[in-house]
Each structure stands twice: as structure tokens, then as C-alpha cells.
Design a protein around this ligand. Structure first.
Ligand SMILES: NC(=O)C1=CN([C@@H]2O[C@H](COP(=O)(O)OP(=O)(O)OC[C@H]3O[C@@H](n4cnc5c(N)ncnc54)[C@H](O)[C@@H]3O)[C@@H](O)[C@H]2O)C=CC1
Ligand SMILES: O=C(CO)COP(=O)(O)O
Length: 349
């Protein structure tokens, strides 16, 4: 199989190397000529994955036409802010038989679009999918045993990606809920920032567990409102990715949260990272969307206020602890039932 990877960051590089390990002919497109030269000469990406060897069969190039020529599978690993621009650059060199897969966990501001929707809009192709799961790039590059999800309503896309990337250290599970899988990947970044912040403030494991579980409730509530299947969030791209990003300093979103918890400003924290932390933008978009649609998302709202309105994180945590004590699992006991029962309590105003 011939595979093209668009993006020279840590995840694109890790995926290119897997496909090459699997015997594919792999071309990787990136902008930076110095990095192109380094990948081809040293088989190392010194900017984004300096400590890991890349399969020498991966050929990097700054020439989009060359990279896309003959590619059966195209993986797009470009941060959400530049995603559409790069797809437009690629468009003249794409054809409808190709399989296009987004690996990006972010949301476009205009129209609240997910990346595979952008792939669809820009190309109109039929073979479109999303790859998402608990996949810290450096662990993937280190060949740590890992699993991911290919989500598409197109069986050919699912099968081809399983063949191209599935190997003895990387398992590729299938889903037909593209929207749910993609939403899970984008939403969990918000809570990873909150988890990093909580850790930096010295909060304990009970707190982290509460945060992650209530995050899952909040994500599922939002998903239902958006018409997604909340059951998808029980899988690798939902709870799986939430666990890894809320627990690991290898997550950039978690590290931004840590820096904020240590008292750094948002701009300083993002600049120090030097890589993309999609959650910073996602929290703003999701908070606005939740308000617009009337979805109760206290964690996203609280994090928004800490990031963009200068509310101290510790004060926000105290406020969140005073919020409504609602139901645990809303699919079993609804929030409305809990609120109704509380109104019947003696002494309730
Ligand atoms: N790094 C990770 O552990 C994982 C990342 N992802 C997702 O992958 C996406 C890409 O992230 P990473 O590879 O981690 O990012 P990164 O921060 O390591 O690298 C970003 C890459 O995008 C390139 N880029 C940015 N703007 C560009 C433009 N206008 N034109 C061309 N190239 C441009 C940069 O030059 C760089 O090569 C993100 O949305 C992230 O959520 C998904 C799973 C794991
Ligand atoms: O999505 C990821 C792991 O699954 C990577 O998370 P970060 O973007 O926070 O590093």
C-alpha cells in the first residue's frame, strides 16, 4: 500500500513510521525544509520527536504533488487551525478513490466543524474516516503497546486503515460512529487541561477521579445534544483517551494545565509548550456552543473562566464543589428526576 501523511509534527511522524514498519511505501509532507532533510538523512524528527528513530523507509518531502502521487491512503495530521488550509493545498493532487483520514483532535471555529467534515466539504469524497484514541505520540513512536479507533461509515476505509496501521504494537479497532469518535477526541483535551491544573495545585487522586468521571458525564451530555451516540464514549476514543490525557505529563494539554496551575499566564504556558494544545481553543468553542444550546457543562464553563476571565483555579474548584449535586449516571437516573426529588425535600425553598 502507498500511504501519504500530511504533517510533520509528532503524531504524523509516529503514524508514518508505523505504516512503514508495516511495509507500506510512505511519503510524509511537511513545510520545514530543514526538517525534511533531517528526516531523510538521519531518520529522526529533531523538532517534534527527537528521541525516537523513524523507520528509514519514510521519505519526507515539501512537495505536495510528489507526496500524494499514487497514495491510496492519506492521513491528515495537521493542527485544526491550519487543517482546512492544508487540505485546500492538497486538493488539486487528490482523487476520489483515495481514502482520507483525519487524525486531528480539534474543532474549527466557523460552524463548529470537526476535521472530517472539513475533509468532506473540501473534497466531496466517499472514503473518509477519523483515527482517534489514547495515542500519545511519543509512546506510539516508542512502540509501546497501543490501541486506536478508525471510525467511518465506509467499510473500505475501516478495513484499509486496519491493514495499513494494525501491527503487533498498534491495534486498530473499528467504529461506524465517525462523529462520536471525533467529538470524543476533541472534547477530552478540555478536561486534560483541568486535570493538569488540579495536579499542579496539589489536588489528590480522589479529585482526579471525580474530575475524569464528571468530565465523561459532561462529554456524553454534550454528545447527546449534538446528536452523537454517547455509547461511543465508553470506548477507546472516549473514556480511553480521557484517561491517558488526564493522567500523563506527555499530554500537551495536561502540561498547559500544569503550567497554569503553577501560576503561569495562558500565553506563557502555550508559548513554553512550542507544540499544539488543541484544548485551549476547544474549551472556548465548546463553552459557547453549550451556552447557545443550553447544555449544562460546569467543568467547561469553569475552565473557560480560569483561562479567559482570570478566575483563580482554586477559587473555581471551590465554586464547582458548591454546584448542583445531580445524578451520577444520567442514562440511569436523569438530572431532572434528581432536581424534582430535591424540590420535595422539607425546607426546600
Ligand atoms: N501528539 C500526539 O500525541 C497526538 C496528536 N494528535 C492530534 O494530531 C494533531 C496534530 O498534532 P501533532 O502532530 O501532535 O502536532 P505538533 O504540534 O507536534 O506539530 C504540528 C505540525 O503541524 C504543522 N503545521 C502547523 N501549521 C501548519 C500549516 N499551516 N501548514 C503546514 N503544516 C503546519 C507544524 O509545522 C508541525 O509539523 C493535533 O490535532 C493533535 O490533537 C492526536 C493524537 C496524538
Ligand atoms: O490526544 C492525545 C493522546 O491521545 C495527545 O494529547 P495532547 O494533544 O494533549 O498531547
Amino acid at each position: 500500500m502507498t500511504v501519504a501523511v500530511l504533517g510533520g509534527g509528532s503524531f504524523g511522524t509516529a503514524l508514518a513510521s508505523i505504516a512503514a514498519d508495516n511495509g507500506a511505501r510512505v511519503r510524509q509532507w511537511l513545510r520545514d525544509p530543514a526538517l525534511v532533510a533531517q528526516i531523510n538523512a538521519e531518520h529522526r524528527n529533531g523538532r517534534y520527536l527527537p528521541d525516537y528513530a523513524i523507520n528509514p523507509a519514510v521519505v519526507a518531502s515539501g512537495d505536495m504533488a510528489e507526496v500524494l502521487a499514487g497514495a491510496e491512503l492519506v492521513l491528515v495530521a495537521i493542527p485544526s487551525k491550519a487543517f482546512r488550509e492544508v487540505v485546500r493545498q492538497a486538493r488539486p493532487h487528490l482523487h476520489a478513490e483515495q481514502i482520507l483520514v483525519s487524525t486531528t483532535k480539534g474543532i474549527q471555529e466557523e460552524g463548529f466543524k470537526l476535521m472530517s467534515q472539513i475533509l468532506e466539504e473540501e473534497t466531496g469524497f466517499a472514503h473518509i474516516g477519523v483515527l482517534s484514541g489514547p495515542n500519545l505520540a511519543s509512546e506510539v513512536a516508542d512502540k509501546q503497546l497501543t490501541a486506536t479507533v478508525i471510525a467511518s461509515d465506509d467499510p473500505l476505509t475501516r478495513a484499509r486503515v486496519q491493514t495499513a496501521l494494525g501491527c503487533d504494537y498498534f491495534r486498530v479497532y473499528a467504529s461506524n460512529d465517525r462523529y462520536g469518535v471525533e467529538l470524543g477526541g476533541a472534547l477530552k483535551n478540555i478536561y486534560a487541561i483541568a486535570a493538569g491544573m488540579a495536579a499542579a495545585l496539589g489536588m489528590g487522586e480522589n479529585t482526579r477521579s471525580m474530575l475524569m468521571t464528571r468530565a465523561l458525564a459532561e462529554m456524553s451530555r454534550f454528545a447527546v445534544d449534538q446528536g452523537a451516540n454517547p455509547m461511543t464514549f465508553l470506548g477507546l476514543a472516549g473514556v480511553g483517551d480521557l484517561i491517558v490525557t488526564c493522567s500523563s505529563t506527555l499530554s500537551r494539554n495536561y502540561r498547559v494545565g500544569q503550567a497554569l496551575g503553577q501560576g503561569k499566564g495562558l500565553d506563557e504556558a502555550v508559548a513554553a509548550l512550542g507544540q499544539v494544545a488543541e484544548g485551549v481553543n476547544t474549551v472556548r468553542l465548546v463553552r459557547d456552543k453549550a451556552r447557545e444550546d443550553g447544555v449544562y457543562m460546569p467543568l467547561a464553563e469553569g475552565l473557560y473562566q480560569v483561562l479567559f476571565e482570570g478566575v483563580p483555579a482554586r477559587q473555581m474548584a471551590r465554586m464547582l464543589m458548591q454546584g448542583e449535586q445531580s445524578s451520577d449516571v444520567e442514562f440511569i437516573l436523569s438530572r431532572e428526576d434528581v432536581q424534582q426529588a430535591r424540590r420535595l425535600e422539607p425546607g426546600h425553598e
